[in-house]
Design a protein around this ligand. Structure first.
Ligand code: ADP
Length: 519
C-alpha cells in the first residue's frame, strides 16, 4: 500500500521520499484509523491528507480556517493536475453552487471548506449524497480552548461527524502540541494516542542560544558587525523598542528595515518586500512580522525580548534557515521581560483558566532560558518529541564548556529555606535569607531568625538567584501563579534532601563557598 502512496508522491509532487512522520500518518489513515499528525510549520502536513485523498474513491473534505490560504492550496493542487476546489465566503452564491455540483459529480477529489460551512443545509445535503472518503481537519488546535487560536466554529466538526451512518476516517493536523491541546483534539475527534504522531520538530541546522547577563544592544551591534551582509530578523516586544533599535542600527549604516502594527499598510508591505528581495538585510520587527513569510536565506533571528510562549518562540526563531543552511537563533534574556509578559497576560486575559494556561506556557518559556540541557532537546520535549539524553551539539548549552560543580549542599539549603518559611516567599526573599541580607523587608518579617539565614553568605545574591532559577528550570521547585509568586518544593527534592541524589550546575568560576567546603 505504501508503495502505491510513494508512486503517487513521485507522480504528482515529484518527491522521491516521504519525510519523517508522513509515512506513519499516511499508513494510519489508509488503514482507516482516525489519526492526529503533529508537525511544525513547513513540516509537510498537507501531503499527509492529499496522498490518501488521491488513493481513495470518494471525496475528501478539508476543513481549514485560513480562507486566504485555501485558494493558494487549491491553485497549487490544480497545477499538479489534481482536482481540487474550495468554498468560502469570498465566492458568489453561483460559484458555490458550481463547486458543490462538481464535488457531487465526482469531478473534485479535495474540497476545502471553512468550518462555518458545515452548518449550511446545502453542504449537509452534499455530505449525504456524496461518498466521503476522508475528512481532514487542518489547524486542528483551533478546536481546543487551550489552543492559542480557538475557533468556536471548529466545535461544529464533531456534530458533523455524528451525522454519518458510517463515519469516514478523520485526519487532524496541527503544529501545536501541548498536552492539553493534544488531549482535546483526541477527545473531540475520537483519536487514540497510538494514532497520534509527533514528528519533524527538530531543525538540525539551527543553533539556539540563550544570552544572559550581556547588554542587549552591545550584543546585537557586535553580532551584526561580525556578520555584516547576512539577512536576519530582530524581534522586539514593543513598537517603541522596534523604533529605537531601528534608528540605532540605521545610524551605524546598517541596511535595516522595520515592521510593526503602528505603520501604515503600505509602509509595512514595502518593508516586507524590501526584505524579501534582499534590499535590506536586517528587519527589526514586532511579532506582527512574519506570518506567511517564506524567505529561505534568513541567517539569524534574534529575540530582543522574551516571547510569551514556546510556540511563538519556535515559530519565530524557525524563520531562520529555511534553506537548511546553518543559522543562528538568539534569545536575549533579561528577568524584567518576565514581568512584562505577565503584565500583558493579566491585561489581555480575563478568563481565569486561560490566564493560568498562559502563565504555565510562560513558565516553560522561562525554564528554557534557565535550563542547562540541550536547547533543541528542550524544545523537542516541549512539543512532545521526547528524546532522553538528546544533544544537538550546537546550542549554547551543548557547547558550554564551563566547569560543572556539585551544588547539592547549596540546593539542600535552598530547599530547606523554602520549607522553613512554609513556601510563602518568592526567590528574592529566599536568596536574601540565604545571603544573610540585612534588608528592611528581612528585618520586618524577622526572617533573620530562620535557621538557614546567612548560610550561603559567601555567594553573591545573583549567584543564589541563578541557582534558584536553575533548580526551577530543572523542576525541583515551582513558582506559583499568584500575584506574588512563591517558591514551592516538588517531590523531586526528597532524594536530594536525603542525600541520595546529587545536583551539578555549570558555573563561570568556582563559587567561593564550594572551595571552602572542600577544605
Ligand atoms: P505545512 O502544512 O506542514 O506547513 P506543507 O504541507 O505546506 O507544510 O509543506 C511544506 C513544504 O514541504 C512544501 O513545499 C511541500 O511541497 C514540501 N514537502 C512536503 N512533503 C515533502 C516530501 N516528502 N519531500 C520533499 N518536500 C516535501
Amino acid at each position: 500500500m505504501l508503495q502505491v502512496a510513494r508512486d503517487q508522491l513521485k507522480h504528482y509532487f515529484g518527491y522521491d521520499h516521504f519525510r519523517g512522520g508522513q509515512e506513519d500518518i499516511i499508513t494510519s489513515i489508509l488503514t482507516n484509523h482516525n489519526t492526529l499528525g503533529i508537525m511544525p510549520t513547513g513540516g509537510g502536513k498537507s501531503i499527509c491528507y492529499q496522498i490518501p485523498a488521491l488513493l481513495s474513491d470518494g471525496l475528501t473534505i478539508v476543513i481549514s480556517p485560513l480562507i486566504s490560504l485555501m485558494k493558494d492550496q487549491v491553485d497549487a493542487l490544480r497545477s499538479y493536475g489534481i482536482d481540487a476546489a474550495y468554498i468560502n465566503s469570498s465566492l458568489t452564491d453561483t460559484e458555490i453552487q458550481e463547486q458543490m455540483q462538481g464535488a457531487r459529480n465526482g469531478e473534485v477529489k479535495l474540497l476545502y471548506i471553512a468550518p462555518e460551512r458545515l452548518e449550511a443545509p446545502t453542504f449537509q445535503r452534499l455530505l449525504q449524497e456524496t461518498p466521503i472518503s476522508l475528512i481532514a481537519v487542518d489547524e486542528a488546535h483551533c478546536i481546543s480552548q487551550w489552543g492559542h487560536d480557538f475557533r468556536p466554529s471548529y466545535m461544529k466538526i464533531s456534530s458533523m461527524l455524528n451525522h454519518f451512518s458510517e463515519q469516514p476516517p478523520v485526519i487532524a493536523l496541527t503544529a501545536t502540541a501541548t498536552p492539553e491541546v493534544i488531549g482535546d483534539i483526541q477527545r473531540i475527534l475520537n483519536i487514540s494516542t497510538e494514532q497520534t504522531y509527533i514528528s519533524g520538530f527538530a531543525r538540525e541546522n539551527l543553533h539556539f542560544s540563550v544570552v544572559k547577563g550581556e547588554k542587549k544592544k552591545s550584543f546585537i551591534d557586535n553580532y551584526i558587525s561580525k556578520n555584516p551582509s547576512e539577512s536576519g530578523i530582530i524581534y522586539a516586544a514593543t513598537r517603541k523598542e522596534v523604533d529605537q533599535l531601528y534608528s540605532s542600527l540605521q545610524k551605524q549604516g546598517i541596511n535595516v528595515g522595520k515592521y510593526h502594527a503602528g505603520m501604515t499598510e503600505l509602509q509595512r508591505k514595502r518593508a516586507q518586500e524590501e526584505f524579501l528581495f534582499d534590499n535590506i538585510s536586517v528587519m527589526v520587527a514586532t511579532n506582527a512580522f512574519g506570518m506567511g513569510i517564506d524567505k529561505s536565506n534568513v541567517r539569524f533571528v534574534i529575540h530582543h525580548n522574551l516571547p510569551k510562549n514556546m510556540e511563538s518562540y519556535y515559530q519565530e526563531a524557525g524563520r531562520a534557515g529555511r534553506d537548511g543552511e546553518p543559522s543562528d537563533c538568539f534569545l536575549l534574556f533579561s528577568p524584567g521581560d518576565i514581568h512584562v509578559q505577565k503584565f500583558l497576560i493579566d491585561q489581555n486575559q480575563h478568563d481565569t483558566s486561560r490566564k493560568s494556561a498562559e502563565l504555565t506556557k510562560l513558565k516553560a518559556m522561562v525554564d528554557y532560558c534557565h535550563t542547562e540541557k540541550c536547547l533543541q532537546g528542550t524544545i523537542l520535549h516541549y512539543f512532545g518529541d521526547h528524546r532522553p539524553g538528546y544533544k544537538c551539539g550546537k546550542c549554547s548549552n551543548c557547547i558550554d564548556d564551563r566547569e560543572s560543580v556539585e551544588i547539592t549542599r547549596e540546593a539542600q539549603m535552598i530547599f530547606s529555606t523554602i520549607k522553613r518559611v512554609n513556601e510563602r516567599f518568592g526567590k528574592t526573599i529566599i536568596a536574601q535569607i540565604l545571603k544573610g541580607s540585612k534588608s528592611k523587608r528581612i528585618n520586618e518579617l524577622r526572617l533573620d531568625q530562620v535557621s538557614t539565614f546567612g548560610l550561603l553568605k559567601h555567594f553573591t545574591q545573583q549567584d543564589i538567584v541563578d541557582m534558584i532559577d536553575f533548580l526551577t528550570a530543572e523542576q525541583f521547585i515551582v513558582l506559583t501563579e499568584s500575584k506574588y509568586p512563591t517558591l514551592v518544593l516538588q517531590e523531586k527534592t526528597l532524594p536530594v534532601l536525603k542525600g541520595q541524589e546529587t545536583i551539578f550546575k555549570k558555573v563561570a568560576r568556582k563559587p567561593v563557598a564550594i572551595e571552602e567546603n572542600d577544605q
